[in-house]
Write a new protein. Structure first.
Length: 684
């Protein structure tokens, strides 16, 4: 029996076919993250949607050029207007074209025409009107079919209609069809259509009842007046509001779901009516504008903040209390002088107890030595500093040594979260999102660190900023410039690169004997009872660090000098003798240095050359040949760099570690020839 068209299965489609059918450049489409994929086993073109911030919100698959069933949404997608990630660059043009579908939008982009695409004629949501607030002119394509009639219907009730001009193309249904008929003449024909566009008029168009329109306007005004300018502020060009809830004050981003719910609830309690979606959207636009242009600029913090020489730690409890730590001690405050933000997944810290001891932590974490116990406590105290640099704490050991449990415990004392440990991020963007929404980054079960991730963790530890191309754009950039405490754990020593190891405190957790194990339920019940005491001891140590830090003098400043000074200042309250931290940290750094050299296939061969009476001298190319020759058929040390440039970069990275072991690596220009010479020799 022949299938009906409604149930026909699309044949499948690839980017090359889509580009050919629409006369678009496939390489350009790839730059926009439009790629080949599969949906239900059928070849498909993957078309990502993103918000204003460039982060992906939805994915639509195109399985065919024509016919029913050619479009499918990825599960979990939240459709929006296609092209929002390009919004900032469009505003400079002064106008925008609103069309139907991705194909028309892509066609207009290819001709340098600013455009946003509706996922479907009937898909409009009035909350999307906010994306058009900065455009003086909005051109809306009206297609000669039922879709065009649908667009006219929702336009009649939309707040954007007063700036809309209706575009009807002559001789073509939509921009894509107009372009396919005559690519060279498209711009001229489309500009003519824009010039002939008719400004929106209620005449002949469906329109809302007068009472409804007036009610919407009054609702929006009343909603906007619920928050006054003194309660509005902005940080990093993002609008915020401070609102009073149950006798305490909370800080929320204007576009957050929490603030929308507060606004709706407050309006209902006052007016005894439920505001409609359009009124809420219009009110949020007004409130956001007030926060950006009339409100003051003020920083917002996640979990830990500094102010006037004191540290504030957000308990993240329903009352929005915080702990104030000063040189004199610590206490709870109900209204901290700093603004904290709450991210999804953030959990509350327990109310700390005075007189506690951080060393009680050893009953729950499987430390391998007293050095490790002191270094872990020092990392915790340093994580309470309101500014970096922060050391990276790396836990390693065999399976069953309690690494993940230790990571969960340590994080629960600073920045507990529903996702206490995470797997490795896929890219810099994922890492930036985690760092934006957390004070502590905890990565679990690491077996290998890609070079890009190792570099990113270094910058997150000591500063330098993380940046990535904004999703779906050619030249927009997203930048995150902050430092965060980090926790890594894995079976092996994953932090084997020298630059990362310099920033790392490496702890080895031994295997746990069977007779020491207990059930998860009992273990966590006991720890939760102890956590308030451990937390109180931790805050006491931070207060001591604040008090003693200015007077700390170290004989030698290590790579993480701020960490060393802060930990030394807290030393007495951590149950350690004077100088104990410096000795433990020095031993840990030597061990870390050995790990770097042992894990490098290059280091062992370089050390052999340095052992020669005169050392070794020559160009990087000659050195590479020498290393390959000296290794011979023995490949047990792994692969060597493939080029002279790669060898030079690897040597520079290893040089500090080799120098610690008495081997100097130097790069100089040879007089007369100007050749770049590498020298390797033993040093005192």
């Amino acid at each position: 029996m022949k299938k009906s068209k409604k149930h026909e299965t699309p044949a499948g489609l690839k980017v090359a076919g889509f580009a050919r059918a629409k006369k678009l450049d496939p390489a350009w489409l790839k730059k926009l993250s439009i790629t080949d994929a599969a949906f239900g086993g059928i070849a498909a073109v993957r078309i990502p949607y993103g918000g204003e911030d460039g982060y992906e919100t939805a994915v639509r698959f195109r399985l065919a050029m024509k016919g029913p069933g050619r479009f499918r949404w990825e599960k979990g997608s939240k459709p929006t207007l296609f092209g929002l990630w390009r919004l900032k660059t469009m505003v400079a043009k002064g106008f925008v074209v609103l069309d139907e579908g991705e194909s028309d939008t892509l066609t207009l982009w290819s001709q340098k025409i600013p455009a946003l695409g509706l996922p479907g004629a009937a898909s409009w949501r009035e909350e999307w009107a906010k994306y058009f607030r900065d455009f003086k002119k909005i051109f809306v394509i009206i297609e000669p079919d039922r879709g065009g009639e649908t667009v006219l219907r929702w336009l009649s009730t939309s707040s954007i209609r007063d700036r809309v001009s209706l575009v009807r193309l002559k001789g073509a249904k939509d921009p894509s069809e107009l372009y396919l008929k005559d690519p060279p003449g498209f711009k001229r024909a489309f500009q003519k259509a824009l010039d002939e566009a008719e400004p929106w008029s209620d005449k002949g168009q469906p329109k809302p009842g007068a009472s409804d329109s007036n009610q919407d306007g009054s609702q929006a005004t009343r909603l906007a007046n619920l928050v006054t300018v003194p309660d509005l502020f902005h940080a990093d060009d993002r609008p915020y509001a401070t609102v009073t809830v149950a006798g305490h004050r909370e800080n929320w981003a204007i576009n957050s779901q929490r603030f929308k719910q507060w606004l709706t609830r407050t309006h209902y309690e006052k007016e005894k009516e439920i505001p409609n979606t359009q009124a809420i959207t219009e009110a949020l636009n007004v409130i956001g504008g007030k926060a950006l242009f009339d409100g003051r600029e003020a920083p917002v913090f996640t979990r830990v903040a500094g102010h006037d020489g004191k540290i504030y730690v957000d308990l993240a409890d329903p009352a929005w209390r915080a702990v104030e730590i000063s040189a004199d001690g610590w206490h709870l405050v109900t209204e901290p002088p700093v603004r904290f933000r709450r991210s999804r997944g953030m959990l509350a810290l327990p109310e700390p107890v005075s007189g506690g001891d951080v060393n009680e932590l050893a009953s729950y974490v499987n430390f391998g030595s007293d050095d490790d116990k002191l270094l872990a406590s020092s990392w915790l105290v340093t994580a309470l500093r309101p500014q970096g640099p922060y050391p990276i704490l790396a836990l390693h050991g065999e399976q069953g040594s309690g690494k993940s449990t230790a990571a969960r415990i340590l994080r629960s004392l600073i920045d507990p979260s529903t996702a206490s440990v995470r797997s490795a991020p896929r890219d810099v963007r994922d890492l930036m999102i985690s760092a934006t929404n957390s004070h502590v980054i905890s990565l679990d079960n690491m077996s290998h660190l890609e070079p890009w991730l190792s570099d990113a963790l270094c910058r997150l530890s000591t500063g330098g900023g993380l940046s990535t191309r904004q999703l779906f754009t050619d030249d927009e950039e997203v930048v995150f410039n902050a430092m965060r405490p980090q926790l890594l754990n894995g079976i092996g020593e994953v932090t084997a690169r020298g630059d990362l190891m310099e920033r790392t405190v490496l702890l080895y957790l031994p295997a746990i004997d069977e007779d020491r194990r207990e059930s998860e339920e009992d273990f966590w019940r006991h720890f939760e009872k102890a956590r308030p005491r451990i937390l109180g001891g931790l805050f006491t140590a931070a207060a001591a660090a604040l008090r003693e830090y200015p007077s700390v003098k170290l004989e030698e400043l290590p790579r993480m000098a701020d960490f060393a000074k802060w930990a030394t200042a807290a030393e007495p309250t951590l149950g350690a003798k004077s100088g104990a931290f410096a000795k433990a940290y020095a031993r840990n750094r030597r061990n870390a240095n050995d790990v770097v050299l042992e894990s490098s296939p290059l280091a062992a061969l370089v050390m052999k050359l340095a052992a020669q009476e005169e050392g070794w001298k020559g160009t990087a190319s000659e050195l590479l040949d020498e290393l390959i020759s000296s290794r011979g058929s023995d490949h047990s040390h792994g692969s060597l760099p493939k080029s002279a440039n790669g060898l030079s970069a690897s040597l520079k990275r290893l040089a500090p570690n080799l120098r610690t072991n008495g081997i100097g690596v130097y790069f100089n220009r040879e007089s007369g020839t100007g050749r770049r010479i590498v020298s390797i020799k033993a040093i005192e």
